[in-house]
Write a new protein. Structure first.
Ligand code: NI
Length: 349
């Protein structure tokens, strides 16, 4: 990839955020960054196609390979264009584990020259090819992770009164956490709490001394986002305490909500409407999934669009599934959208 970008005349830096690649063209005037994430997922591909994954247990089940293809096509298209500013292409690793954007920022992707606007897209199988989802404000959720250890005292399954059963307490904590969304959150604020891992015990006749829960909280910001760490802790400790057990809570913010800037969204929307037609640019496409593009958009005004990639008339496999695939016509639209948005931004104001 780096060689191809160099051959196109770009100034290329590798190893940005470990394995990220940054390609720069032009140096004076304003600088627009286009971001393409490039990582895969630990899923065994079930598609029987010529271009299936060649790595056992790993596949591009979210379309990030398409993002790279589009990024390279954008590079090719802009290579010969005289631009009134700089274009920085950021090929970012480790989006799926919310690590790559942060690592690239630490390695200076937003500096030298400093970035004035940032745009990105995601191929989107929930939309047919030819449609683009774009709106101002939050479009992807924050991603928080919690781990809760319920500590009791183990013993014989036949003598529960001699123990403090962490399994029963954990079961109530799982149920109790559901009340955060239904009773502690303003219903006008979006929010999800999912407990996704429950681990305890080794034998059918032994009450263990500890039970572990793990899960995630998602939101579009606001009060629920602010309060979530305290609410999870309070719920876990209060319920565990009521059972005579104790809870230790570890709460981590992985990434904040992805928030589109109003002006930048307008600019990108104008381009999107030229490409697919006004009635095919869809308002209201949002997801409680996370995106570490959020880290760039928290620092730099910009926008993130969903480029429809479901073959028209067919049912597309969902993202992160072993049969995920895209309609490659979407790549043409996505590359067009990014390239023209960058040019439009540099020509504006
Ligand atoms: Ni993705």
């Amino acid at each position: 990839m780096a060689d191809r970008l160099r051959a196109l005349g770009y100034d290329v830096r590798t190893g940005v955020g470990k394995t990220g690649v940054v390609a720069l063209k032009g140096g004076t005037g304003r600088c627009v960054m286009l971001r393409a994430d490039m990582d895969a997922l630990p899923i065994e591909e079930a598609n029987d196609v010529a271009y299936r994954s060649q790595h056992a247990g790993k596949m591009h089940a979210c379309g990030h390979d398409g993002h790279v293809a589009m990024g390279l096509e954008v590079a090719r298209r802009l290579a010969g264009v005289d631009l009134p500013g700089a274009v920085k292409l950021a090929f970012q690793p480790a989006e799926e584990i919310s690590f790559g954007a942060d690592a690239m920022i630490r390695d200076g992707v937003l500096d030298r020259p400093s970035v004035d606007a940032a745009f990105g897209i995601h191929l989107w199988n929930d939309l047919p090819t030819g449609r683009i989802g774009l709106m101002p404000g939050p479009v992807m959720a924050s991603v928080d992770e919690f781990e809760i250890a319920i500590l009791g005292t183990g013993g014989h399954a036949a003598a529960p009164h001699q123990t403090t059963d962490p399994v029963l307490a954990a079961a109530h904590v799982v149920t109790g956490l559901q009340s955060l969304v239904s009773r502690r959150r303003n219903p006008f604020e979006e929010g999800v709490v999912s407990v996704t891992q429950v681990t305890a015990g080794h034998a059918f006749n032994v009450i263990p001394g500890r039970a572990d829960l793990r899960g995630t909280v998602r939101s579009f910001g606001g009060k629920f986002y602010e309060q979530a760490p305290a609410l999870v802790e309070e719920t876990a400790q209060g319920i565990a305490g009521a059972f005579g057990a104790r809870a230790e809570v570890r709460y981590r913010r992985l990434c904040q909500p992805t928030v589109n800037d109003e002006r930048m969204t307008d600019l990108m929307k104008g381009v999107a409407e030229e490409i697919v037609g006004k009635e095919r640019v869809v308002h209201g496409v949002r997801t409680m999934g996370g995106e570490d593009m959020s880290l760039f958009l928290a620092r730099i005004p910009g926008a993130f669009a969903f480029v429809g990639s479901a073959p028209p008339g067919a049912k597309a496999s969902p993202h992160h599934s072993p049969t995920f695939d895209i309609d490659e016509e979407a790549l043409v639209i996505g590359a067009d959208l990014l390239a023209r948005t960058a040019v439009r931004y540099l020509q504006s104001g």
